[in-house]
Design a protein around this ligand. Sequence first.
Ligand code: ARG
Length: 600
Amino acid sequence: AQSLSNMANHVVDLDQENVGSLKQQIAKLFEESLRLTVPEELAVEPSIAPCQNPKFGDYQCNNAMGLWSKVKGKGTQFRGPQPIGQAIMKNLPSSEIIDSCSIAGPGFVNVVLSQQWIAKSIQRMLVNGIEIWAPKLPIKRAVVDFSSPNIAKEMHVGHLRSTIIGDTLARMLEYSNVNVLRRNHVGDWGTQFGMLIEYLFEMFPNGEVNDQAIGDLEAFYKASKQRFDSDPAFKERAQKAVVSLQGGEERYRTAWKQICEISRRGYNRVYERLGVELEEKGESFYNPYIPGALELLSKQGLIEESEGARVIFIEGKNIPLIVVKRDGGYNYASTDLAALWYRLNEEKVEWIIYVTDVGQREHFEMFFTAAKRAGWLPAEDNKYPKASHVGFGLVLGEDGKRFRTRSTETVKLVDLLDEAKSRCKTALIQRGKGEEWTDEELDRTAEAVGYGAVKYADLKNNRTTNYTFNFDQMLNDKGNTAVYLLYAHARICSIIRKSGKDIEELKKVEKLVLAHPDERVLGFHLLQFAETVEEACTNLLPNVLCEYLYNLSEDFTRFYTNCQVVGSAEETSRLLLCEATAVVMRKCFHLLGITPVYKI
Ligand code: ARG
């Protein structure tokens, strides 16, 4: 390994606060080195990755191989990838971040971070708050389009997935200082309203709608559907009602609003319990923008006539994207095109993220392609403005089939939350908390743990795969579950409490030192928080953050097993490390939409 003194003696100035993630900081140093090593016409971005094997170092720069393949046989001064690696290493500016460097294999430059610097960075975070670790993203404003249930139909587990995945993505972007428009694109428009309105008129001829009577909108929907299917006269009235509604007739608009309002109240109860904020801009909101948006596409020659409908043909797809139906009505796709136009031009967002089940992939692919051809979005996927579909898999029951209750109805969301909570409460009482805590405390903790468990069980999986819903598994206090993690956090808090030390005071006056190898591993892991969030939100993969959180708690356990905290000579420093771990864990919980608990 080469020590600091052998390295080039120019210094790159990294400003002290919010300098981006650790990886970005390392990249910045290598950027400088590559600028000095590589002729201008071959300029490359530094390629930095954590070392596979910690024996070699913490991070590694992998550019030498690629550069060699470019200069090879072109009269270069270099004799192979190794010497290029050597040069990159030699030109690395000295900085307090790096302790030593070495070359491995075909020119990999390994760097070992300075222990003092890691400790100092953690201490700086403790004093200034974890906001200084917020990742830096290249955008200012984004839409996350999530949850988006359909009026008069019950929210089911699929909408639960969309709600919790979307909320997490929004939280991560918000933490990264992106202004996020949280959009609930509810299905509040369409031909089904004709049937619902007509049925409403039948049930309440004098117009006085009674909430209670149609409180169960799903049943209301079914009853009206049955009328629709069995009575031709009703069907005809329902079809006319659609026209009257779309024509803006007062009586129909009022009925439509009443139905939407009842649905909305139901949704809001769920959002409140989940701690999710959303702003509703449903399909109907974009209605007035559809003709204009289609006009633009038409002018560019994208829209063609096909079998009486107006469509956009997409290369490589057998079926075109229908934007005006044969009866002249608009549909899901025309609404989405108008919404996209609105978001790009009126709301001026740079990234639009849609969270739905993978079954809708085709729909999104098709209208994204149309938007690219129209020049609304750049053709390249790595440029902004950008539209991304975040697809997720099914929730399965124990039988491996789509998750349903015994009655074969789709599972109702609220029932799941109720059950998670009550199971947690029972478990707490079994642990003897019934005597120790007030009923309010029991409820609050049971809710935090129960809802947290449901969310975490969903988020920890790669979202594209199906997962099996299993209460016993998700509520287990061992293994990779929210219960285990929340308890781990509570235990750290109790270590600090029981030490009797004022941690706020310690932060400022005591020094954090990472002498023991397990302290160092934990400290390094804490510093990787920012790049983890960055990766999770740029790749739209919340499971990356879950994995980080779980590994962090394992690193903590190892540290706590091998390093005595209270009563040791290193007590104050180790308490600071405990506190830093708790702070980062709490931020992870927050980003995952989970409420932390402090005692258990
Ligand atoms: N309402 C739709 C559904 O339940 C989801 C809407 C997603 N957002 C969108 N802009 N298409 O399947």
